[in-house]
Ligand binder design. Structure first.
Ligand code: GLN
Length: 235
């Protein structure tokens, strides 16, 4: 299981979200607190952020804790919208920078925390890697982000043991799903954080229940139960 984090709000530095918090993604790369699968997130990392309307990414297949170049530059990277992740590769998946989230279609940045049987996903040449998360990202992008909830419910029905926590943002919206793993939300005065686990002990962190869709636009947050969307029952 990987750990991911998203930010939508005022301009802040990437370091203030990823590196500085006492239990942030850097700490979660070697000592996650709520991870149910895997002990470490040492198989790569990725940071994506919006520069105006343009998504930019820095990804690696190495542990975040060893990247001194990123540690040096991250305090100078500022954005109002960030999607970042540290990775614990699923057995059998390649360890390469192109398999590290966030994935992109040029408009959205998307991270997947979980695992899915690739056999239930359509094969798409647009997938950035043969990693399950990259193929899942390509399938979600192809279907459109407005259908994210339906897509997750359908894939969850096709692979009942899949874990499908998604986190995505496009610079003005942030969306996430909970489907098998943890997600918490922090509403700050200057913006909203969604994260696999709280990056500090602020009592304002709230857990998002499983099987929900979260949508953030500005400071408005909406939660929708995914099991209510339910796949159409065949006869
Ligand atoms: N299955 C994905 C991978 O191999 C994500 C793993 C995870 O959430 N730890 O990268």
């Amino acid at each position: 299981m990987c750990r991911h984090l998203g930010w939508l709000g005022a301009d802040v530095t990437v370091a203030s979200l990823v590196l500085d918090p006492p239990r942030g993604l850097l700490a979660q790369s070697y000592a996650p607190r709520r991870q149910k699968h895997g002990l470490l997130n040492a198989d790569g990392w990725g940071v994506g952020f919006f520069d105006g309307g343009v998504p930019r990414r820095w990804r690696s297949s190495a542990p975040l804790w060893g990247d001194l170049s990123f540690a040096s530059v991250a305090p100078a990277l500022r954005s109002h919208c960030v999607v970042a992740a540290v990775r614990s590769a699923t057995v059998g998946m390649p360890i390469e920078a192109s398999a590290s989230a966030p994935f992109t279609d040029g408009h959205w940045l998307l991270s997947h925390n979980g695992v899915v049987d690739r056999a239930v996903l359509p094969l798409r040449s647009s997938a950035e890697s043969v990693c399950d998360s990259a193929i899942l990202a390509a399938a979600i992008f192809a279907r459109g982000m407005d259908a994210l909830g339906d897509t997750i419910v359908e894939i969850g029905a096709a692979d009942p043991i899949a874990r499908l926590n998604i986190l995505a943002a496009n610079g003005s919206r942030m969306v996430a799903t909970t489907w098998g793993d943890t997600l918490s939300i922090l509403r700050r005065a200057d913006g909203v954080v969604l994260a696999s686990e709280p990056y500090d002990d602020d009592p304002d962190w709230a857990d998002v229940p499983d099987r929900h869709l979260v949508e953030v636009v500005g400071d408005r947050v909406t939660l929708t139960r995914l099991d209510r969307l339910g796949p159409p029952k065949g006869c």
